[in-house]
Structure formats: structure tokens, C-alpha cells
Design a binder for this molecule. Sequence first.
Ligand code: HPA
Length: 285
Amino acid sequence: MSPLRQALDAAAQQIRARLPAGAAPKVGLVLGSGLGGYADRLAGRTVIPYGELPGFPSSKVEGHAGNLVHGHASGIEVLAMQGRVHFYEGHDLATVVWPVRALCAAGCNTLIITNAAGGIDHALRPGDLVILSDHLNLLADSPLRGENDPAVGPRFPDMSDAYDLALRAIAARAGNELGLTLREGVYACSPGPAYETPAEVRMLRALGADLAGMSTAPEVIAARHMGARVLGLSCVTNLAAGITNQKLSHAEVTETAGRVRETFIALLDRILAHILALGAREPST
Ligand code: HPA
């Protein structure tokens, strides 16, 4: 067996060994900056610190806890990443996406990937939640760079439907039911860690981006490589640089994420309820 497949299967095995007997989560959650609290309210929680799992890097960024949390929400079993690592922390992309790959290897064929982002589109306001329709990977790197392991995924994965249409419809419906008008948007992933300059934000808008961030795109590429379906959700924590006179800060990012915490929880709960109703389908690849 190929080395990556073998390492992923070993990681999946170690995860399963820590979960309650009979656990078989099909839905994975990646909880971004300030959004990790969702994992704290899962029912029947099992918490595994990343440091106890093979290959899982630990994040030093404030607002990113660093636990894999298993439990139930809306009656559906989930495996949640409470915190993630970023390219700007110095990890290579294979390391950045390792936890997402491990979730997929452990059986999650549907991933809900969340992040905090700056709003580029003029209609967006801090506190808005946005359904991702697509992304721009501006890292000039890919988690798939290097030798491909065909036992994990194809050399040239298709990215036409990177953000699953059915899951986007579910998210929109869940939003409607809560009285939220959720826009869709294109997420531009930049290397960071400095926020964009106003000129860069104008460039990103010209390129078709609605949201600016520093995560998600590599994870989505790795998840699609492994055939998982992906829903992406951004919390607009601030307007991107230059849109107003206000300066950007990580404190504002976590403060806004905290302010929409209850809305975010309600939305995720409802999305999961709809996914449960739909039944755990096989990945659409
Ligand atoms: N730019 C990039 N990443 C971000 C931002 C931003 O404005 N806000 C939160 N994450």
C-alpha cells in the first residue's frame, strides 16, 4: 500500500480507537477563528487534543483551540476540528490539510468548512454569514504538489463543483428558515498573515472575489481530492482593508465572530438537521 494511504489509514484507526464503540461519523466540521465554540456544545462529546493524534499540527493562533471533538448535533453524528493551522504559521500545505484528510479517511464524506473572512463585496456587513460558491487559491502552492498517491485521490482532481450545489441549497434553505438572507460569495485565499492592503483588496475584487481570508482553499482542495462533498461558510468579521477607514485587527475578527456565535450555532444546527433528513449519501466525488 502507498505511504500516504497507509499513514491516513493509521490516523483514522487511531481516531476511531478513541471514539465510542460503534461511532461512524460521516460529517466533518472545520471550525474557524472564533467559531470553535460550536464543538463545546455537541452532545456526548469525546475530545481528543490534536497533540495526541499522529501528524496533527497544533495552532498557536488565538481563537483556535486544537481539538478533534466527536459528538452529536441535531441528532447527527459529527467529527469537528476545533481550530486549524494556517499556511502563514510556517507549515507546508500537506501539513495544513492533514487533519482534514484524516477526517475524510475516518469516514467523513461531507465536510462543512468555516472561516472568518473580510468582506470585499460592498453589500456585505460585519456579522454576515456567507455560503461559499467558489474560491481563488492565491497561495501559489497546492496541498497536492508533489508525488500523487492514487490510492488517496486522482492526480488532477476536478474542481468544477468544489462547493457542493446540494449542500449550498441546504444552507440557503436553513438560512431562510431562520430569517437570514445568506448571500453566496467567492473566497480569495491569500497567504497572510498581514491583512491585505487596500490595493490588494481592489485587485481581489477585480478578480471576482467577494471575501478575503487565509484558510479554507487548501482544505477544500484536499477534501475534493479524496472525494468528499464540501460546504463552505464564511463569517464576515470585518470589511476588507480600505473599504472603510477602520483599521483591521484580530481582536475585531474574534469579537465579531463572538457576536454572531448564536446565529452561527443556529445555522449549523439547522444545516445538520437537513443533512440528516437527506440521509448520509455516498460522496458525489
Ligand atoms: N483578510 C484576510 N483574512 C481575514 C480577514 C481579512 O480582512 N478577516 C478575517 N480573516
